[in-house]
Write a protein that binds this ligand. Structure first.
Ligand SMILES: Nc1ncnc2c1ncn2[C@@H]1O[C@H](COP(=O)(O)OP(=O)(O)OP(=O)(O)O)[C@@H](O)[C@H]1O
Ligand SMILES: [Mg+2]
Length: 250
């Protein structure tokens, strides 16, 4: 069975995209067939993969809003992974899907056509609880929640969990939370240590809390400036290695 994992947290800048990309890279490195799916109109994942968003012919948007079963747009073999890219036009889908037929299935249906080609589909969700996130959770089999190791980390978690429960109840009974990944953790920082303890205390009864991904610091190259899977993130990559080791795969 293909794992369709949504990396989901409505809070912005917690490391969703970095973790999605780097776990994808690690999985493909282990020989798994990986499709990355960029569901964020900010198109960070598409950009992190080294693509010029303005040059894209088709994006995930086309399949989501199509009334004629348009297949999902997929670019092949980028750093050993496939990518369904995004662009800012995806922001229109939030509006366009409001009244669309079977809108909850707008991602699940086209994705089902290609699932057999992959072991893992990793969905990079936008930082919102809107339609794009909802249809991502309907299409997913599992959720991983990256959560930044900082004092306000748990703010919004209740809302996140109740959204997940609603989707589980109404639209996707099989959906499971595979776990929480604390991100950007500085072991030298006492406040981060305390925050991590609180995260483990409060969230481990709900699902596994994986090893934290360290905060990467580089005097010469901040992680946000990097552009490809190999180079982006010594930050994220170092981090995702830590996280990936304990993410259940296969
Ligand atoms: N482990 C890390 N150490 C240091 N910086 C990191 C780490 N992980 C991610 N970053 C940086 O933090 C910023 C936010 O990361 P990212 O874009 O992955 O978050 P996000 O949750 O996807 O954001 P958004 O909600 O806007 O989509 C980026 O500049 C990224 O390079
Ligand atoms: Mg992102």
């Amino acid at each position: 069975m293909t794992h369709v994992i949504a990396f989901f947290n409505q809070s912005g800048g917690v490391g969703k995209t970095t973790v999605t990309q780097n776990i994808g890279y690690q999985l493909s490195f282990k020989g798994y067939r990986v499709l990355l799916l960029d569901m964020d109109p900010q198109a960070s994942l598409t950009t992190f993969m080294g693509l010029d968003v303005s040059q894209l012919d088709k994006t995930i948007y086309d399949a989501l809003v199509s009334e004629t079963d348009e297949p999902i747009a997929i670019l092949h073999d980028l750093h050993k992974m496939d990518l369904s890219p995004s662009s800012i036009i995806l922001a229109n889908a939030e509006q366009e899907l409001v009244l669309a037929d079977q809108r909850e299935l707008r991602l699940k249906m086209p994705l089902s056509q290609v699932l057999d080609n992959y072991d893992f589909v990793l969905i990079d969700c936008p930082p919102s609880l809107g339609i794009l996130s909802q249809i991502s959770l309907v299409a997913a089999t599992e959720i991983i929640v990256p959560i930044q190791t900082q004092f306000k980390a748990l703010m919004g978690t209740d809302f996140l969990l109740s959204t997940v429960k609603k989707i589980q109840r109404r639209l996707n009974k099989e959906l499971k939370i595979a776990g929480f990944i604390p991100t950007m953790f500085s072991s030298a920082n006492a406040l981060d240590q305390r925050t991590l303890e609180t995260i483990v205390d409060q969230l481990s009864p709900i699902a596994q809390v994986f090893s934290p991904i360290p905060r990467a610091t580089s005097p010469t190259r901040p992680p946000g400036l990097c552009t490809t899977a190999r180079t982006v993130s010594e930050a994220g990559l170092a981090g995702a290695r830590a996280g990936c080791r304990s993410v259940p795969i296969g």
